[in-house]
Design a protein around this ligand. Structure first.
Ligand code: GCO
Ligand code: MN
Ligand code: MN
Length: 388
């Protein structure tokens, strides 16, 4: 029997807003009482998490007095010391306050854009003071309901100017901090700018300090858009931009459901875990999800334990997949590599081009050869179902 106990090396983290979610939705009132940030840290310590992340206002309410702020911080730091939890990531709430109803960095009103910058600088100071090395930007309100309201080129410029300013701020302060941009197609705005991880990756190359900026892809967000999450994560990894990841689950095309990791699309979750483990991703595995509205705090602990346990079970399944001779033989056979084209490795030369042009290919044989992916997929399913 394997050990599925979460350990520090797994870097399992949760946001204050995730296990602290009180179950309010657009149709109903909260179902759980609000815990203090310190209470949430103790809960996370109890279930075995590695770290806790927060938005500035999850920790310090937007209108807190400085005495209130000091008390919250004192209790939070004590909870971190007692539980050993780390703060790997912090972020800013740029969506909750009515001031941000038209966005933050992309709001039409320059005062709102300036206030957003100020709020982020303060959030960065707070995050860094507690140990954060990654700062996430999720532009929840950076978008439109009607494109009559904004020119997307202006919005892109405002967004870029804001990130350039903030990169300079981080450098100026000498902070060891990297930014991770999180895409989402819609909700709460009708449409959100830079709606997919791929769009974010493209945008990063237009910034002044692209090396400081990566992405924070989220399962649910690519699934909302009906996209293959793994492929986006792989592209981000390939570009050296996978700075953080938000794990949760939901079917395609739904609203942002934030279900427990692996709760819905298990096979996709398996290939994601397999990818992260195979490439040796060492960043946080952050569960940006929350418990069903049916739960009390015991259920919230079940939810949090479930996220981590499912990840570790899938990690073990990934190791089995890699060690399964039949599966590996099928993969090898699909490649049918007889060495005849190894000469193409290492890039173009004029000689290689001539040689390739002179070759003749058996198109019919290539087109009719069975690849046995049905069998491969079935073996994968059986492995996941536990009969292999
Ligand atoms: C959402 C987002 C957020 C962000 C968070 C951190 O859909 O609400 O996923 O949970 O991840 O604001 O930036
Ligand atoms: Mn989300
Ligand atoms: Mn998220």
């Amino acid at each position: 029997m394997s050990d599925y106990t979460p350990k520090a090396e797994h870097k399992f983290t949760f946001g204050l807003w995730t296990v602290g979610n009180i179950g309010r939705d657009p149709f109903g009132a909260p179902v759980r009482k609000q815990l203090t940030p310190a209470e949430i840290v103790y809960l996370l310590g109890e279930v075995g998490a590695y770290g806790v992340n927060f938005h500035d206002n999850d920790l310090i309410p937007i209108d807190a007095t400085s005495a209130e702020k000091d008390k919250i911080l004192r209790e939070f730091r004590t909870a971190l010391e007692k539980t050993g939890l780390k703060v790997p990531m912090a972020t800013t709430n740029l969506f909750g306050d009515p001031a941000f109803k038209d966005g933050a960095f992309t709001a039409n009103d320059p005062k709102v854009r300036a206030y957003a910058l100020q709020k982020v600088m303060q959030g960065i100071d707070l995050g860094v003071s507690l140990g954060a090395e990654v700062y996430v930007f999720w532009g929840g309100r950076e978008g439109t309901e009607t494109d009559a309201s904004k020119n997307p080129l202006d919005s892109g410029k405002y967004f870029r100017d804001a990130l350039n300013f903030l990169c300079e701020y981080v450098k100026d302060q000498g902070y060891n901090l990297r930014f991770a941009l999180e895409a989402k197609p819609n909700e709460p705005r009708g449409d959100i700018y830079l709606s997919t991880t791929g769009a974010m990756l493209g945008f990063i190359s237009t910034l002044d300090y692209p090396e400081m900026v990566g992405v924070n892809p989220e399962v649910a967000h690519e699934h909302m858009a009906g996209l293959n999450f793994l492929h986006h994560v792989a592209q981000a990894w390939d570009m050296g931009k996978l700075f953080h990841i938000d794990l949760n689950d939901q079917l395609f095309g739904r609203y942002d459901q934030d279900f427990r990791f692996g709760a819905v699309m298990l096979k996709q979750a398996f290939f994601l875990v397999k990818f992260l483990e195979d490439v040796g991703y060492t960043g946080s595995r952050h569960f940006d999800a929350h418990a069903f509205r049916s739960e009390d705090y015991e259920g919230v602990k079940d939810f949090a334990r479930g996220c981590m346990r499912t990840y570790l079970i899938l990690k073990e399944k990934a190791a089995r997949f890699n060690a399964d001779k039949e599966i590996q033989d099928l993969l090898k056979a699909a490649k049918a590599d007889d060495g005849a084209h190894h000469y193409l490795a290492g890039g173009y030369t004029r000689e290689k081009a001539q040689r390739l042009k002179a070759e003749s290919f058996d198109r019919e044989a290539m087109g009719t050869r069975g690849l046995a992916y049905e069998r491969l997929d079935q073996l994968t399913v059986e492995l996941l179902l536990g009969v292999r």
